[in-house]
Design a protein around this ligand. Sequence first.
Ligand code: C5P
Length: 139
Amino acid sequence: MSQPEESKRLLLVAACALVDGDGRVLIAQRPEGKQLAGMWEFPGGKVEPGETPEETVVRELREELAIETKVACLAPLTFASHAYESFNLLMPLFVCRRYWGIPQAQEGQALKWVRPNKLRDYPMPPADEPLIPFLIDLL
Ligand code: C5P
């Protein structure tokens, strides 16, 4: 049985569409053992207390992909919002075209560079999927 809406916690996650010189976007496959394992998502993670969502993206890109970027290199695009079974997710999506290094999976996740109009070929968490049209329009 699902929880009543008003008792669900709000989870703030920040995500990033990393864009390469050809206008492709990086997606990462959630590894086994995690919730939604096997689904392809925009890199990111939970906003820790005291962090801004932009700082979260900078930290998560470093931790998950071993690349560096700066808050000034992140452009807000839109928000995802989804009512999961046990929490409500609010997820700002930033676009990053300027970063240093070559993304390398640090947590065993598969990575793929995908054209925005091909993103629908990859199963995504229900929060991420509605973001695709925004990326198609932008890129
Ligand atoms: O990545 P992490 O497991 O910390 O994220 C917490 C939850 O946020 C996930 O279990 C998933 O439900 C949701 N999430 C999402 N899309 C993402 C990242 C996280 O729906 N890109």
